[in-house]
Design a protein around this ligand. Structure first.
Ligand code: UD1
Length: 422
Protein backbone atom coordinates (compact mmCIF):
# COMPACT_ATOMS: atom_id res chain seq x y z
CA UNK A 1 0.00 0.00 0.00
CA UNK A 2 1.42 3.40 -0.96
CA UNK A 3 1.90 6.20 1.52
CA UNK A 4 2.78 9.90 1.30
CA UNK A 5 5.62 11.64 3.11
CA UNK A 6 4.87 15.35 3.34
CA UNK A 7 7.27 18.10 4.35
CA UNK A 8 5.04 20.87 5.65
CA UNK A 9 5.41 24.61 5.63
CA UNK A 10 5.42 25.48 1.94
CA UNK A 11 2.88 27.76 0.24
CA UNK A 12 1.03 26.85 -2.97
CA UNK A 13 2.09 29.23 -5.72
CA UNK A 14 1.25 28.94 -9.41
CA UNK A 15 -1.41 27.56 -11.71
CA UNK A 16 -3.20 24.25 -11.38
CA UNK A 17 -5.63 22.72 -13.88
CA UNK A 18 -8.78 21.19 -12.40
CA UNK A 19 -9.62 17.68 -13.59
CA UNK A 20 -12.91 16.34 -14.87
CA UNK A 21 -15.35 15.46 -12.11
CA UNK A 22 -15.43 11.89 -10.83
CA UNK A 23 -18.95 12.14 -9.45
CA UNK A 24 -20.28 13.66 -12.68
CA UNK A 25 -18.44 11.22 -14.96
CA UNK A 26 -19.87 8.08 -13.34
CA UNK A 27 -23.53 8.91 -14.20
CA UNK A 28 -22.51 9.77 -17.80
CA UNK A 29 -20.76 6.41 -18.10
CA UNK A 30 -23.89 4.61 -16.92
CA UNK A 31 -26.01 6.72 -19.29
CA UNK A 32 -23.91 5.61 -22.26
CA UNK A 33 -25.46 2.14 -21.85
CA UNK A 34 -28.81 3.61 -22.94
CA UNK A 35 -27.53 4.70 -26.36
CA UNK A 36 -28.03 3.05 -29.75
CA UNK A 37 -24.29 3.17 -30.50
CA UNK A 38 -20.94 4.36 -29.19
CA UNK A 39 -20.84 7.34 -26.82
CA UNK A 40 -17.63 9.29 -26.28
CA UNK A 41 -17.27 11.11 -22.97
CA UNK A 42 -14.76 13.96 -22.84
CA UNK A 43 -12.75 15.13 -19.81
CA UNK A 44 -12.82 11.83 -17.90
CA UNK A 45 -10.10 11.84 -15.20
CA UNK A 46 -7.56 9.06 -14.68
CA UNK A 47 -8.89 7.69 -11.38
CA UNK A 48 -9.29 4.26 -9.81
CA UNK A 49 -13.05 4.72 -9.44
CA UNK A 50 -13.33 5.34 -13.18
CA UNK A 51 -11.36 2.16 -13.90
CA UNK A 52 -13.51 0.19 -11.47
CA UNK A 53 -16.66 1.39 -13.21
CA UNK A 54 -15.13 0.59 -16.62
CA UNK A 55 -14.78 -3.00 -15.39
CA UNK A 56 -18.37 -3.09 -14.15
CA UNK A 57 -19.60 -1.84 -17.52
CA UNK A 58 -17.36 -4.24 -19.49
CA UNK A 59 -18.92 -7.19 -17.56
CA UNK A 60 -22.08 -6.63 -19.62
CA UNK A 61 -20.33 -7.23 -22.95
CA UNK A 62 -20.17 -3.48 -23.59
CA UNK A 63 -16.98 -2.27 -25.21
CA UNK A 64 -15.06 0.30 -23.16
CA UNK A 65 -12.05 2.12 -24.60
CA UNK A 66 -10.17 4.78 -22.65
CA UNK A 67 -7.80 7.12 -24.50
CA UNK A 68 -5.84 8.12 -21.41
CA UNK A 69 -3.82 10.95 -22.96
CA UNK A 70 -6.90 12.66 -24.36
CA UNK A 71 -9.03 11.69 -21.35
CA UNK A 72 -11.71 10.41 -23.71
CA UNK A 73 -13.76 7.39 -22.78
CA UNK A 74 -15.73 5.56 -25.47
CA UNK A 75 -18.50 3.21 -24.42
CA UNK A 76 -20.17 1.11 -27.10
CA UNK A 77 -23.15 -0.81 -25.74
CA UNK A 78 -24.16 -2.45 -29.06
CA UNK A 79 -22.67 -5.82 -28.01
CA UNK A 80 -24.29 -5.83 -24.55
CA UNK A 81 -25.29 -9.41 -23.70
CA UNK A 82 -25.30 -9.63 -19.90
CA UNK A 83 -27.21 -7.56 -17.37
CA UNK A 84 -25.40 -8.15 -14.11
CA UNK A 85 -23.06 -6.24 -11.82
CA UNK A 86 -21.22 -8.65 -9.48
CA UNK A 87 -20.56 -8.12 -5.76
CA UNK A 88 -16.81 -8.27 -6.27
CA UNK A 89 -16.88 -5.00 -8.20
CA UNK A 90 -19.87 -3.25 -6.62
CA UNK A 91 -18.40 -3.59 -3.13
CA UNK A 92 -15.36 -1.60 -4.31
CA UNK A 93 -17.47 1.35 -5.38
CA UNK A 94 -21.03 2.15 -4.41
CA UNK A 95 -21.72 4.17 -7.56
CA UNK A 96 -21.71 0.83 -9.42
CA UNK A 97 -25.30 0.68 -8.22
CA UNK A 98 -26.06 3.09 -11.12
CA UNK A 99 -25.99 -0.06 -13.23
CA UNK A 100 -29.48 -0.88 -11.90
CA UNK A 101 -31.11 2.17 -13.49
CA UNK A 102 -28.97 1.97 -16.63
CA UNK A 103 -29.70 -1.72 -17.29
CA UNK A 104 -33.39 -1.37 -16.43
CA UNK A 105 -33.59 1.45 -18.97
CA UNK A 106 -31.47 -0.25 -21.61
CA UNK A 107 -32.66 -3.84 -21.31
CA UNK A 108 -35.60 -3.97 -18.90
CA UNK A 109 -33.64 -6.25 -16.57
CA UNK A 110 -30.84 -5.76 -14.03
CA UNK A 111 -29.19 -8.02 -11.49
CA UNK A 112 -26.94 -5.83 -9.35
CA UNK A 113 -25.26 -6.57 -6.04
CA UNK A 114 -26.36 -4.46 -3.08
CA UNK A 115 -23.46 -2.16 -2.25
CA UNK A 116 -22.99 -3.11 1.42
CA UNK A 117 -21.47 -0.94 4.16
CA UNK A 118 -19.48 2.24 3.97
CA UNK A 119 -16.67 3.70 6.04
CA UNK A 120 -18.73 6.73 7.06
CA UNK A 121 -21.94 5.21 8.29
CA UNK A 122 -25.05 3.74 6.75
CA UNK A 123 -25.67 4.59 3.11
CA UNK A 124 -29.01 3.03 2.28
CA UNK A 125 -30.44 2.45 -1.20
CA UNK A 126 -34.09 2.32 -0.12
CA UNK A 127 -34.98 5.39 -2.18
CA UNK A 128 -33.44 3.90 -5.31
CA UNK A 129 -35.54 0.74 -4.88
CA UNK A 130 -38.78 2.52 -3.93
CA UNK A 131 -38.26 4.83 -6.89
CA UNK A 132 -37.77 1.96 -9.37
CA UNK A 133 -40.99 0.41 -8.05
CA UNK A 134 -42.81 3.71 -8.51
CA UNK A 135 -41.66 3.75 -12.16
CA UNK A 136 -43.20 0.31 -12.58
CA UNK A 137 -40.30 -2.08 -11.94
CA UNK A 138 -40.65 -5.39 -10.12
CA UNK A 139 -37.93 -5.68 -7.49
CA UNK A 140 -36.75 -8.85 -5.78
CA UNK A 141 -33.81 -9.56 -3.49
CA UNK A 142 -31.83 -12.73 -3.95
CA UNK A 143 -28.53 -13.66 -2.30
CA UNK A 144 -27.41 -10.07 -1.76
CA UNK A 145 -28.49 -9.03 -5.25
CA UNK A 146 -31.27 -6.76 -6.42
CA UNK A 147 -33.14 -8.17 -9.38
CA UNK A 148 -35.11 -5.46 -11.14
CA UNK A 149 -37.45 -6.21 -14.03
CA UNK A 150 -39.55 -4.03 -16.29
CA UNK A 151 -42.84 -5.70 -17.18
CA UNK A 152 -42.79 -6.57 -20.93
CA UNK A 153 -39.22 -5.25 -21.14
CA UNK A 154 -39.96 -1.55 -20.72
CA UNK A 155 -40.94 0.51 -17.71
CA UNK A 156 -44.26 2.33 -17.90
CA UNK A 157 -42.94 5.34 -15.90
CA UNK A 158 -44.49 6.86 -12.80
CA UNK A 159 -44.23 9.47 -10.09
CA UNK A 160 -41.90 9.36 -7.10
CA UNK A 161 -41.25 11.78 -4.27
CA UNK A 162 -37.96 11.24 -2.51
CA UNK A 163 -37.12 12.21 1.03
CA UNK A 164 -34.37 13.08 1.69
CA UNK A 165 -33.22 14.35 -1.67
CA UNK A 166 -30.58 11.92 -2.94
CA UNK A 167 -28.05 12.43 -5.71
CA UNK A 168 -27.59 8.70 -6.30
CA UNK A 169 -31.29 7.87 -6.31
CA UNK A 170 -32.05 10.77 -8.68
CA UNK A 171 -29.35 9.60 -11.11
CA UNK A 172 -30.59 6.01 -10.97
CA UNK A 173 -34.21 7.02 -11.58
CA UNK A 174 -33.30 9.31 -14.47
CA UNK A 175 -31.36 6.44 -16.05
CA UNK A 176 -34.34 4.12 -15.63
CA UNK A 177 -36.90 6.65 -16.88
CA UNK A 178 -35.40 8.14 -20.06
CA UNK A 179 -36.31 5.11 -22.18
CA UNK A 180 -39.55 4.28 -20.38
CA UNK A 181 -42.83 4.09 -22.33
CA UNK A 182 -44.48 7.00 -20.56
CA UNK A 183 -43.86 10.01 -18.38
CA UNK A 184 -42.04 9.96 -15.05
CA UNK A 185 -41.99 12.72 -12.47
CA UNK A 186 -39.35 12.82 -9.71
CA UNK A 187 -40.16 15.21 -6.90
CA UNK A 188 -37.63 16.56 -4.41
CA UNK A 189 -35.02 15.47 -6.96
CA UNK A 190 -31.36 16.31 -6.37
CA UNK A 191 -30.29 19.63 -7.96
CA UNK A 192 -26.55 18.97 -7.78
CA UNK A 193 -24.53 19.94 -10.89
CA UNK A 194 -23.78 16.22 -11.38
CA UNK A 195 -27.50 15.61 -12.01
CA UNK A 196 -27.90 18.69 -14.21
CA UNK A 197 -24.92 17.61 -16.28
CA UNK A 198 -26.39 14.13 -16.74
CA UNK A 199 -29.76 15.50 -17.86
CA UNK A 200 -28.23 18.02 -20.29
CA UNK A 201 -25.98 15.40 -21.87
CA UNK A 202 -28.85 12.94 -22.21
CA UNK A 203 -31.12 15.61 -23.72
CA UNK A 204 -28.43 16.42 -26.30
CA UNK A 205 -28.67 12.79 -27.45
CA UNK A 206 -32.46 12.66 -27.64
CA UNK A 207 -33.78 12.33 -24.08
CA UNK A 208 -36.73 14.47 -23.00
CA UNK A 209 -35.97 15.64 -19.45
CA UNK A 210 -37.23 18.95 -18.17
CA UNK A 211 -36.74 20.71 -14.84
CA UNK A 212 -33.10 19.77 -14.25
CA UNK A 213 -31.58 22.01 -11.60
CA UNK A 214 -35.01 22.30 -9.92
CA UNK A 215 -36.61 19.91 -7.40
CA UNK A 216 -39.06 18.49 -9.97
CA UNK A 217 -37.79 16.47 -12.91
CA UNK A 218 -40.22 15.47 -15.64
CA UNK A 219 -39.01 12.77 -17.98
CA UNK A 220 -40.93 11.75 -21.07
CA UNK A 221 -39.68 8.37 -22.18
CA UNK A 222 -38.17 8.03 -25.62
CA UNK A 223 -37.44 5.02 -27.87
CA UNK A 224 -33.89 6.03 -28.67
CA UNK A 225 -30.86 7.69 -27.18
CA UNK A 226 -28.49 8.49 -30.03
CA UNK A 227 -24.82 7.63 -30.24
CA UNK A 228 -22.64 10.74 -29.90
CA UNK A 229 -20.52 12.79 -27.53
CA UNK A 230 -20.98 13.79 -23.90
CA UNK A 231 -19.05 16.48 -22.02
CA UNK A 232 -18.01 15.97 -18.41
CA UNK A 233 -17.85 18.95 -16.02
CA UNK A 234 -14.85 20.17 -13.98
CA UNK A 235 -14.57 18.61 -10.53
CA UNK A 236 -16.21 21.06 -8.15
CA UNK A 237 -15.02 19.19 -5.07
CA UNK A 238 -11.42 19.20 -6.30
CA UNK A 239 -11.82 22.94 -6.94
CA UNK A 240 -13.15 23.56 -3.45
CA UNK A 241 -10.45 21.39 -1.89
CA UNK A 242 -7.61 23.36 -3.49
CA UNK A 243 -9.30 26.70 -2.75
CA UNK A 244 -9.29 25.75 0.93
CA UNK A 245 -5.70 24.46 0.72
CA UNK A 246 -4.51 27.78 -0.73
CA UNK A 247 -6.45 29.79 1.85
CA UNK A 248 -4.96 27.88 4.77
CA UNK A 249 -1.30 27.79 3.69
CA UNK A 250 0.39 31.14 4.42
CA UNK A 251 1.98 32.86 1.42
CA UNK A 252 -0.12 30.99 -1.16
CA UNK A 253 -1.21 32.44 -4.50
CA UNK A 254 -2.93 29.70 -6.47
CA UNK A 255 -4.87 29.98 -9.73
CA UNK A 256 -7.15 27.07 -10.57
CA UNK A 257 -7.94 26.75 -14.28
CA UNK A 258 -10.52 24.70 -16.30
CA UNK A 259 -13.08 25.14 -13.55
CA UNK A 260 -16.46 26.82 -13.09
CA UNK A 261 -17.50 28.72 -10.03
CA UNK A 262 -21.21 28.20 -10.55
CA UNK A 263 -21.00 24.50 -9.67
CA UNK A 264 -19.81 25.38 -6.16
CA UNK A 265 -23.15 26.96 -5.22
CA UNK A 266 -23.08 29.00 -2.02
CA UNK A 267 -19.69 27.55 -1.03
CA UNK A 268 -18.10 30.57 -2.72
CA UNK A 269 -20.13 32.99 -0.54
CA UNK A 270 -18.98 31.14 2.57
CA UNK A 271 -15.41 31.18 1.28
CA UNK A 272 -15.57 34.97 0.87
CA UNK A 273 -16.02 35.25 4.63
CA UNK A 274 -12.38 34.15 4.94
CA UNK A 275 -11.45 37.51 3.39
CA UNK A 276 -8.68 35.96 1.33
CA UNK A 277 -7.83 37.40 -2.05
CA UNK A 278 -10.36 35.86 -4.47
CA UNK A 279 -10.57 36.53 -8.21
CA UNK A 280 -13.01 34.62 -10.36
CA UNK A 281 -13.43 34.45 -14.14
CA UNK A 282 -15.58 32.12 -16.27
CA UNK A 283 -13.01 29.34 -16.05
CA UNK A 284 -10.50 30.31 -13.35
CA UNK A 285 -10.41 30.93 -9.61
CA UNK A 286 -7.42 32.64 -7.97
CA UNK A 287 -6.96 32.42 -4.19
CA UNK A 288 -4.37 34.39 -2.23
CA UNK A 289 -3.96 33.57 1.44
CA UNK A 290 -3.93 36.30 4.06
CA UNK A 291 -2.19 36.46 7.43
CA UNK A 292 -5.25 35.62 9.46
CA UNK A 293 -7.96 32.98 8.93
CA UNK A 294 -11.17 34.13 10.64
CA UNK A 295 -13.28 31.38 12.24
CA UNK A 296 -16.24 30.55 9.97
CA UNK A 297 -18.77 27.91 11.01
CA UNK A 298 -20.55 25.84 8.37
CA UNK A 299 -23.39 23.33 8.06
CA UNK A 300 -23.65 20.98 5.10
CA UNK A 301 -26.78 20.98 2.96
CA UNK A 302 -27.93 19.75 -0.42
CA UNK A 303 -26.94 21.86 -3.45
CA UNK A 304 -26.53 24.82 -3.56
CA UNK A 305 -25.61 24.55 0.15
CA UNK A 306 -22.20 23.68 1.59
CA UNK A 307 -21.23 20.23 0.19
CA UNK A 308 -20.64 17.36 2.63
CA UNK A 309 -17.67 16.45 0.41
CA UNK A 310 -15.88 19.63 1.58
CA UNK A 311 -16.62 19.65 5.31
CA UNK A 312 -13.51 17.68 6.37
CA UNK A 313 -11.27 20.08 4.42
CA UNK A 314 -13.03 23.09 5.97
CA UNK A 315 -12.64 21.70 9.50
CA UNK A 316 -8.93 21.19 8.81
CA UNK A 317 -8.53 24.82 7.80
CA UNK A 318 -10.51 25.93 10.86
CA UNK A 319 -7.93 24.21 13.10
CA UNK A 320 -5.65 27.09 12.04
CA UNK A 321 -8.29 29.82 12.32
CA UNK A 322 -8.16 32.66 14.77
CA UNK A 323 -10.93 31.44 17.09
CA UNK A 324 -13.64 28.88 17.63
CA UNK A 325 -15.88 27.45 14.91
CA UNK A 326 -18.13 24.47 14.26
CA UNK A 327 -18.70 22.15 11.32
CA UNK A 328 -22.00 20.27 11.20
CA UNK A 329 -22.85 17.55 8.68
CA UNK A 330 -26.59 17.06 8.13
CA UNK A 331 -26.16 14.80 5.09
CA UNK A 332 -23.80 12.20 6.53
CA UNK A 333 -23.79 12.61 10.33
CA UNK A 334 -20.96 10.08 10.86
CA UNK A 335 -18.49 11.43 8.37
CA UNK A 336 -15.85 12.41 10.91
CA UNK A 337 -13.14 9.75 10.76
CA UNK A 338 -10.61 12.56 10.26
CA UNK A 339 -11.19 14.05 13.72
CA UNK A 340 -8.96 11.72 15.81
CA UNK A 341 -6.26 11.94 13.14
CA UNK A 342 -6.31 15.75 13.15
CA UNK A 343 -6.00 15.60 16.93
CA UNK A 344 -2.85 13.47 16.47
CA UNK A 345 -1.43 16.28 14.35
CA UNK A 346 -2.15 18.78 17.12
CA UNK A 347 -5.64 20.03 16.20
CA UNK A 348 -7.84 21.14 19.08
CA UNK A 349 -11.01 19.59 17.76
CA UNK A 350 -13.75 17.57 19.33
CA UNK A 351 -16.83 15.81 17.97
CA UNK A 352 -20.33 15.97 19.45
CA UNK A 353 -22.91 14.00 17.44
CA UNK A 354 -22.90 15.43 13.91
CA UNK A 355 -20.91 18.54 14.85
CA UNK A 356 -17.23 19.12 15.39
CA UNK A 357 -16.10 21.99 17.57
CA UNK A 358 -12.80 23.43 16.49
CA UNK A 359 -10.85 25.71 18.77
CA UNK A 360 -8.47 27.29 16.29
CA UNK A 361 -4.93 28.60 16.62
CA UNK A 362 -3.48 25.09 16.62
CA UNK A 363 0.15 24.60 15.73
CA UNK A 364 0.10 21.38 13.72
CA UNK A 365 3.11 19.08 13.97
CA UNK A 366 3.95 16.20 11.64
CA UNK A 367 2.87 12.69 12.68
CA UNK A 368 1.79 9.42 11.14
CA UNK A 369 -1.91 9.43 10.20
CA UNK A 370 -4.33 7.44 8.12
CA UNK A 371 -7.91 7.50 7.10
CA UNK A 372 -10.67 5.37 5.77
CA UNK A 373 -12.17 7.59 3.12
CA UNK A 374 -11.41 9.93 0.28
CA UNK A 375 -12.27 13.38 1.63
CA UNK A 376 -10.85 12.64 5.09
CA UNK A 377 -7.60 11.50 3.45
CA UNK A 378 -7.21 14.70 1.43
CA UNK A 379 -7.79 16.71 4.60
CA UNK A 380 -4.91 14.91 6.26
CA UNK A 381 -2.69 15.76 3.29
CA UNK A 382 -3.72 19.41 3.69
CA UNK A 383 -2.99 19.27 7.42
CA UNK A 384 0.41 17.76 6.56
CA UNK A 385 1.14 20.66 4.22
CA UNK A 386 0.38 23.08 7.05
CA UNK A 387 2.25 21.12 9.74
CA UNK A 388 5.78 21.62 10.99
CA UNK A 389 8.09 18.76 10.04
CA UNK A 390 7.16 15.54 8.29
CA UNK A 391 3.71 13.96 8.09
CA UNK A 392 3.18 10.41 6.93
CA UNK A 393 -0.25 9.75 5.38
CA UNK A 394 -0.92 6.04 5.10
CA UNK A 395 -3.41 4.27 2.79
CA UNK A 396 -3.32 6.83 0.02
CA UNK A 397 -5.28 4.46 -2.22
CA UNK A 398 -8.35 6.36 -1.04
CA UNK A 399 -6.87 9.45 -2.69
CA UNK A 400 -6.14 7.58 -5.91
CA UNK A 401 -9.85 6.77 -6.12
CA UNK A 402 -10.87 10.40 -6.37
CA UNK A 403 -8.03 12.94 -6.79
CA UNK A 404 -6.17 12.78 -10.08
CA UNK A 405 -2.36 12.74 -9.60
CA UNK A 406 -2.79 14.63 -6.32
CA UNK A 407 0.87 14.74 -5.32
CA UNK A 408 2.06 15.76 -8.81
CA UNK A 409 -0.45 18.59 -8.95
CA UNK A 410 0.46 19.87 -5.49
CA UNK A 411 4.21 19.45 -6.02
CA UNK A 412 3.98 21.46 -9.25
CA UNK A 413 2.85 24.47 -7.17
CA UNK A 414 5.37 24.11 -4.38
CA UNK A 415 4.32 21.26 -2.10
CA UNK A 416 6.83 18.63 -1.04
CA UNK A 417 5.09 15.27 -1.14
CA UNK A 418 6.79 11.96 -1.85
CA UNK A 419 4.91 8.77 -2.64
CA UNK A 420 6.48 5.71 -1.11
CA UNK A 421 5.36 2.39 -2.59
CA UNK A 422 5.49 -0.45 -0.16
C1 UD1 B 1 -23.15 11.32 -3.71
C2 UD1 B 1 -21.66 11.49 -3.94
C3 UD1 B 1 -20.95 11.71 -2.61
C4 UD1 B 1 -21.62 12.85 -1.84
C5 UD1 B 1 -23.11 12.65 -1.72
C6 UD1 B 1 -23.84 13.84 -1.12
C7 UD1 B 1 -21.16 10.16 -5.91
C8 UD1 B 1 -20.51 8.95 -6.47
N1 UD1 B 1 -21.14 10.30 -4.57
O1 UD1 B 1 -23.33 10.16 -2.92
O2 UD1 B 1 -19.60 12.01 -2.89
O3 UD1 B 1 -21.04 12.90 -0.56
O4 UD1 B 1 -23.68 12.46 -3.04
O5 UD1 B 1 -23.65 14.98 -1.89
O6 UD1 B 1 -21.65 11.00 -6.64
N2 UD1 B 1 -30.27 8.36 1.37
C9 UD1 B 1 -31.29 7.57 1.85
N3 UD1 B 1 -31.75 6.56 1.06
C10 UD1 B 1 -31.25 6.30 -0.18
C11 UD1 B 1 -30.21 7.12 -0.67
C12 UD1 B 1 -29.74 8.15 0.13
O7 UD1 B 1 -31.77 7.75 2.97
O8 UD1 B 1 -31.72 5.36 -0.84
C13 UD1 B 1 -29.74 9.46 2.20
C14 UD1 B 1 -28.28 9.29 2.61
O9 UD1 B 1 -28.15 8.47 3.75
C15 UD1 B 1 -27.84 10.73 2.84
C16 UD1 B 1 -28.66 11.50 1.81
O10 UD1 B 1 -29.72 10.64 1.42
O11 UD1 B 1 -28.21 11.15 4.12
C17 UD1 B 1 -27.91 11.96 0.59
O12 UD1 B 1 -27.24 10.86 0.00
P1 UD1 B 1 -27.00 10.75 -1.55
O13 UD1 B 1 -27.22 12.08 -2.19
O14 UD1 B 1 -27.77 9.60 -2.10
O15 UD1 B 1 -25.44 10.38 -1.67
P2 UD1 B 1 -24.77 9.51 -2.81
O16 UD1 B 1 -25.50 9.69 -4.09
O17 UD1 B 1 -24.58 8.11 -2.31
Amino acid sequence: MDKFLIQGGTPLIGTMPISGSKNAALPLMAAALLADGPVTINNVPVLHDIFTFNKVIAETGTQVTYAREEQKLTIDPTGMNSYEAPYDLVRKMRASFYMTGALLGAAGYAKVSLPGGCAWGPRPVNLHLEGFRALGAEIEMDGGYVIAKAPNGRLPGGTFTMSPSSVGATVNLVLAAVRAKGRSVIRNAAMEPDVVNLCENLNALGARISGSGTPVLTIDGTDHIRAGAMQNTPDRIETGTFMIAAAMLPGSDLTLTNTQEHDLGTFVNTFRKLQTGLEITDTTIRVRSTDRIPPVSIETAIYPGFPTDLQAQWATMMALADGKSTVTDHIYPDRFSYVPELVRLGGNIERKDNTVIIRGRSVLKGASVMSTDLRASVSLVMAGLAAQGETEVLRVYHLDRGYETLEDKLNAVGARIRRISE
